[in-house]
Design a protein around this ligand. Structure first.
Ligand code: GLY
Length: 375
């Protein structure tokens, strides 16, 4: 009997990356997605690979994982481009984090001090020095930090390339096929689709992001909630030619090589609401214009809202779940694209060799199993 496939639930950047890594290792893989592959949260992202600019004060494990994933990104992109024959627009210019008033400059100073303490390669720049390196920054910023090691990728190109590479490696993609339930079992867990089809698996990997919630059989898993992010796409036209990713206090801007300039993103706890609102767009445009005033004349080409998948502590869920035969690779929150290489490679290793590496161990779903301590 042919060996049972690994079944991956969810064809976003994480699910496709895991599927690709497993398929190229010779493992049969089937990915189920409720819609079209790569058209969910990953499609709606900005593709920033910016652990240095986005380091959080109490998130050192997450920073270590992010930095490791960034280290793997150039090789991951190169292999993917070779496997798919498609360019993913990996860019290495670095990120500017900027402040436009004394309060935000003080917050930026605290971030910079923390970055320094952690040994990050970042530079504190005067407004003039920042402007020399990125002429499209506002001329009178209060402060700027440059993170030269940060990268970015075109997440939409990435998703197209992952799909091709996965299928070229022999993976099976089942689109428009929602998984209704998962039946855990250590020998062969099974998934059942909404149309009643049953698939036996070697292992089930849940990479369904905010879609995890509706799947029967996974109710006991740590919850993944949606955090809404509204985005605006502008069309960059000469003489406007922003080179770097810029993070201001209220918006970020990510220029892609095909001329799209992504302005994001709000952060809203509103359940599964996907509406684009006047207030959201206003906040983003005002925030972007404060730090890059040259956007005024650019055409707005699209707006949308995505739903980031977040666990209770906003850190990813990576590794064996308490359900036999079910591995989680979800809850990547703001960092799904950045964390795809390390997630894919370490989850593939877990599935193929049974080994939980030091990289994903701190993000084990078991961290939520602990009984609450008495006050
Ligand atoms: N990583 C960018 C965002 O979540 O908006």
């Amino acid at each position: 009997m042919p060996s049972r496939p690994v079944v991956v639930v969810g064809a976003g950047t994480v699910g496709l990356s895991i599927g690709w890594r497993l398929a190229e290792a010779g493992q049969p893989v089937t990915i189920f997605d409720e819609g079209k592959a790569g058209r969910g949260t990953s499609w709606q992202a900005a593709g920033m690979l910016a652990p240095d600019a986005e380091i959080g004060f109490e998130e050192l494990d997450l920073y270590a994982l992010s930095r490791e994933s960034l280290r793997r990104w150039p090789a991951f992109a190169e292999e993917l481009e070779t496997a798919s024959g498609q360019n993913v627009d990996l860019r290495t210019e670095g990120t500017f984090v900027v402040a436009d008033d004394p309060d935000s400059a003080e917050r930026l100073r605290r971030l910079y001090d923390f970055q320094q303490k952690q040994g990050l390669d970042v530079e504190w720049l005067s407004s003039e020095a920042a402007l020399e390196r990125e002429p499209f920054l506002a001329p009178r910023l209060s402060a700027a930090v440059f993170a030269p090691a940060d990268h970015q990728v075109d997440n939409r190109r990435l998703l197209r390339a992952l799909r091709v590479a996965f299928e070229e490696a022999g993976g099976t993609l089942r689109e428009d096929t929602p998984v209704q339930s998962v039946a855990p079992r250590s020998d062969y867990p099974t998934v059942t689709t909404a149309s009643g089809e049953r698939a036996e698996a070697r292992v089930v990997v849940v990479a369904a992001g905010t879609g995890t919630r509706g799947i029967e059989g996974l109710e006991g898993m740590p919850a993944v909630r949606p955090v809404k992010g509204q985005m605006i796409e502008l069309k960059a036209a000469r003489p406007f030619a922003l080179e770097h990713v810029v993070r201001g206090p209220d918006a970020y801007l990510a220029p892609k090589s095909d001329g799209r300039l992504l302005v994001g993103a709000t952060s809203e706890e509103r359940g599964f609401d996907r509406r684009v609102t006047a207030g959201g767009l206003f906040e983003l445009l005002e925030g972007a214009r404060q730090v890059v005033p040259g956007i005024d004349e650019l055409e707005v080409t699209a707006t949308w809202a995505g739903l980031r998948p977040a666990a209770r502590d906003n850190a990813p869920l990576l590794g064996p779940s308490r359900l036999p035969g079910v591995v989680l690779a979800t809850g990547h929150y703001r960092h799904g694209v950045l964390l795809s290489p390390v997630t894919a490679e370490e989850v593939a290793r877990l599935v193929l060799e049974g080994e939980t590496s030091r990289w994903i161990e701190p993000f084990s779903p078991a961290r939520f199993n602990k009984a609450p301590t008495a006050a």
